[in-house]
Write a protein that binds this ligand. Structure first.
Ligand SMILES: Nc1ncnc2c1ncn2[C@@H]1O[C@H](COP(=O)(O)OP(=O)(O)OP(=O)(O)O)[C@@H](O)[C@H]1O
Length: 248
């Protein structure tokens, strides 16, 4: 199937995400109860601003843009961590995210117990998690630490467990945000190899955020350049990189 005939995996239809900035956290908290009180609102920021695009199943798309351009916010709306203020986001397929890999671990529980915790949080059945567990344990390669509380892990070890969990299932949509720089050099190599393996499956859709043009070029065929939450360029990865680097 050529990509122009493939079904749509992701669609952003005039999506705007507005964040409100308050004087302090207390005012942010109080704003939940006083919907019309704007006195303590310092500013609003459109992290995504009337953003529209479609990604077909099987495409690999890189999002390029300077700090604060809206790349992470876009990915977070795809993974359901945050929601649009206006417009509509449609996602067709199971999503696995290599974002905030260590968020949500229970530090008191062991690595192995956290695999179950995360699986339950994602709505997996016990049998499905039991099937996943040996794959995660093998990929994370934490030795005896897998049965130690996560509070005893180094930050690299926590990332390894998070990464292993995210890549051990077979996702239909893979969302990657700079997460390939996890752990030491050897583990990074393993991460690249695994992401490449997932991407080689024909129908997997990949969305990739990176500041490294070489990684974007290696993994993606299409690039979308964002600036202040708006789409500035959408085309082949080579042209998108040239546009982003000011050589287009
Ligand atoms: N929770 C939040 N509250 C307020 N503002 C936010 C929040 N999250 C993001 N923003 C703002 O939204 C804008 C876009 O942020 P986002 O993290 O999406 O950018 P990015 O392109 O991923 O940047 P980077 O390359 O630095 O990771 C920025 O101005 C940022 O400060």
């Amino acid at each position: 199937m050529s990509s122009s005939e493939a079904p749509i995996a992701i669609k952003f239809d005039h999506v705007t995400k507005t964040y409100k900035l308050y004087e302090n956290d207390k005012q942010r908290f109080l704003s939940v109860f006083r919907s019309n009180d704007k006195r303590k609102l310092v500013a609003t920021v459109n992290a995504c601003d009337d953003l529209s695009f479609e990604v077909k199943r099987g495409e690999a798309v890189a999002f390029l843009g300077t700090n604060g351009a809206g790349k992470s916010t876009t990915l977070k709306m795809i993974t359901g961590v945050t929601y649009p203020t206006k417009g509509e986001v449609t996602v067709n397929g199971t999503v696995s995210a290599l974002l905030e890999l260590t968020a949500g671990f229970d530090m008191k529980l062991t690595g192995r117990e956290n695999i179950y915790l995360r699986g339950h949080a994602l709505g997996l059945e016990r049998e499905e998690i039991a099937e996943l567990e040996p794959k995660v344990v093998e990929f994370a390669d934490l030795g005896v630490y897998i049965d130690q509380p996560v509070r005893t892990y180094s930050s690299g070890m926590k990332s390894r467990l998070g990464f292993a969990f995210a890549v051990s299932s077979d996702p239909e949509i893979l969302v990657v945000d700079e997460a390939l720089s996890v752990g030491d050099k050897q583990f990074q190599k393993k991460c690249f190899a695994r992401v490449r393996e997932i991407m080689e499956k024909e129908d997997v859709t990949v969305l990739f955020v990176t500041h490294t043009s070489s990684a974007a070029e290696e993994f993606c065929t299409r690039g979308i350049v964002l600036d202040h939450g708006s789409k500035k360029f959408d085309g082949s990865i080579e042209d998108a990189i040239a546009y982003y680097e000011g050589n287009y």
